[in-house]
Design a protein around this ligand. Structure first.
Ligand SMILES: *Cc1c(COP(=O)(O)O)cnc(C)c1O
Length: 397
């Protein structure tokens, strides 16, 4: 029986707790409260994240979902506009598209859990913006994608909620498209409970995003902003949408940024150890990753092909009895975060048979850093046993 807690986060580093205490002591929690000559935590986070990400501009926001919304608005998405998005993503992505009044047009994925570039090329003329979600850390061939996008004049906004710190050809995820959107919600790579970051190299785009985020007329106090004259044509015709981050969250994130590279190494050790224990199984398919890709193994996916709904439910139940809350994207009723495109009833109905077939066999496990080697080995052993039992009982294809 597996008894470790798969939802347990690590405690925040002592430096984060001290920094939060200092902000609380000061009483200056709002990002625009002046700090007699000192740099506010939120501005410092923007400066440091821009530097870490190797992006010229960075804006700290209230959530990852707000980063997606502000990015679409700053890119000029208007109510009624179609926005392309890969069909395998998390609910905040179609939610952000709905929040700006746009209409999601979904693109198929393939068995490596990335956007299907042929389907993208076929649909590229249907929208001005592609919201590309690197769901569960899987990045497509970014060079091939940008070629399609550039040829079609498609603006790419990257949802990097699961790829903070990941690279393609050595370039950080989020730096290929027009903007990168990151989440600092507890289940992502740095943890402030809720929070988001938006990066870009386009000065006008970032000026609009900063004003949209609710800068009042205090955008001068931002930590990684374009020069002030860029704001002149933007400041009065861009609405304030109040999506700011506060100094408390920024204070707890800055020390975590210093540990992120080491934590990525730890995540990959956990991920790869479990994969080593299950990749001999003939019944499953693990998403393949190009050697150009450096991933962050903060979660694990495998596909079991030819499952009936009853077998899928049976596998989830068997794993639960072993103490492991395996998630399944094939369930008819969405549970927790595993909702899929056909449960988002507010979207126009669309047919994505390839994605549906993949999701029907797709299992998912988030991997907290609190897992040790024995935990990893036990998880792998349980997955092997449960699949063996399933194969013997009914014979999965
Ligand atoms: C978490 C997440 C988001 C949004 O982040 P929040 O900070 O929760 O709003 C966006 N996309 C994906 C794929 C996510 O997992």
């Amino acid at each position: 029986m597996f008894t470790a807690d798969l939802t347990r986060q690590e405690a925040l580093p002592p430096a984060a707790i001290e920094a939060v205490n200092a902000v609380l002591q000061s009483g200056r929690l709002h990002r625009y409260e002046p700090l007699d000559n000192a740099e506010p935590e939120t501005a410092a986070l923007e400066r440091e994240y821009a530097n870490w990400q190797a992006a010229p501009y960075c804006l700290a926001l209230a959530s990852g979902g707000q980063a997606l919304q502000i990015a679409m608005r700053a890119a000029g998405v208007k109510p009624g506009d179609p926005v392309l998005a890969n069909a395998f993503t998390l609910a905040p992505v179609p939610g952000a598209i709905a929040a700006v009044g746009a209409e999601a047009r979904l693109v198929e994925i393939n068995e490596d859990l990335v956007i299907d570039l042929d389907d993208l090329a076929a649909k590229a003329d249907q929208a001005k913006v592609l919201m590309l979600s690197h769901m569960r850390g899987h990045q497509c061939d970014m060079d091939a994608l940008m070629e399609i996008a550039n040829a079609a004049g498609l603006i790419v906004i990257e949802d990097c909620a699961h790829t903070m710190g990941a690279t393609w050809r050595g370039v950080k995820s989020g730096n290929f498209g027009h903007a990168g959107c990151f989440s600092t919600q507890s289940y992502k790579h740095i943890n402030s409970g809720e929070g988001g970051l938006l990066t870009s190299a386009d000065p006008e785009f970032m000026a609009r995003a900063i004003v949209l985020s609710g800068a009042y007329m205090l955008y001068e106090r931002h930590g990684a902003r374009p020069s002030l004259e860029v704001f002149d044509p933007i400041r009065l015709n861009t609405p304030n949408m109040s999506a700011r981050m506060d100094n408390v969250r920024a204070a707890m994130l800055r020390p975590q940024l210093l540990e992120l590279d080491e934590n990525i190494r730890r995540w990959n050790k956990i991920h790869d150890r479990i994969v080593d224990g299950i990749d001999h199984l003939a019944k499953i398919r693990l998403p393949q990753r190009s050697s150009k890709k450096h991933y962050v193994g903060s979660s694990l996916q495998f596909i079991v092909k030819g499952l009936t709904p009853a077998q899928g439910e049976g596998l989830v139940a068997d794993m639960a009895a072993r103490g492991i809350a395996l998630k399944w994207f094939g369930a008819t009723e969405p549970k927790g975060y595993t909702s899929s495109f056909d449960s988002w009833e507010y979207l126009p109905e669309q047919s994505l048979p390839v994605t549906r077939a993949i999701l029907d066999g797709l299992f998912d496990l988030r991997l907290p850093l609190t897992l040790d080697d024995d935990d990893c080995d036990l998880i792998a052993a349980h997955i092997c046993e449960a699949l063996e039992a399933l194969a013997q009982a009914g014979g999965i294809k």
